[in-house]
Write a protein that binds this ligand. Structure first.
Ligand code: HEC
Length: 137
């Protein structure tokens, strides 16, 4: 009896491990595609380490914008941002332009990359989520 219980527990553990790895592979490929999008469209302002440029371009490391509502975050890429904001005690008021010309997949990938880089660790953003926010405009 004990052997059966042990085998079931081991089997369940194995299934869970395989499952979490499949999710990981999807997120991982999104992250590596997103890195290329980031380097092309975001890096000049937010920098290679996500640290931004003091008083010009805000850092995107564990900010409430990056960690918080996905809808708001997606909206920033789609519509840009043009209002004074405070990040880590510093004021930023340069505008960020809209990047609505990027595809749903590119925006999902770049945000998944940002949310899993520079010390960030937040769930992936999916193209379907970008699509919903884009449709609301
Ligand atoms: C021309 C420079 C520039 C580019 C390119 C740019 N940003 Fe920004 N970004 C800014 C500025 C400036 C702000 C602050 C805007 C404000 O205060 O209204 C900002 C704000 C943000 C914020 C919210 C504030 C924060 O620090 O968390 C996020 C997230 C963000 N940008 C992500 C991106 C991503 C992702 C890309 C690429 C798709 C990108 N930005 C491209 C300049 C830029």
């Amino acid at each position: 009896m004990r052997k059966i219980v042990v085998s079931i527990v081991l089997l369940l553990g194995f299934i869970m491990m395989v499952q979490s790895q499949t999710i990981d592979i999807k997120t991982k490929s999104s992250i590596s595609r997103g890195k290329i999008v980031y380097e092309k469209y975001c890096l000049t302002c937010h920098q290679a380490d996500g640290g931004g440029v003091p008083r010009m371009n805000p850092p995107i490391i564990q900010t409430t914008y990056v960690s918080g509502s996905k809808e708001r975050l997606i909206g920033i890429v789609l519509k840009g941002l043009n209002q004074p904001i405070e990040v880590n005690g510093d004021e930023y008021e340069n505008p960020m332009a809209s990047h609505a010309y990027l595809s749903d997949l590119q925006i999902a990938d770049v945000l998944t990359f940002v949310r899993n880089s520079f010390g960030n660790k937040y769930p992936a953003v999916l193209p379907s989520e970008v699509k919903v926010v884009r449709a609301k405009k």
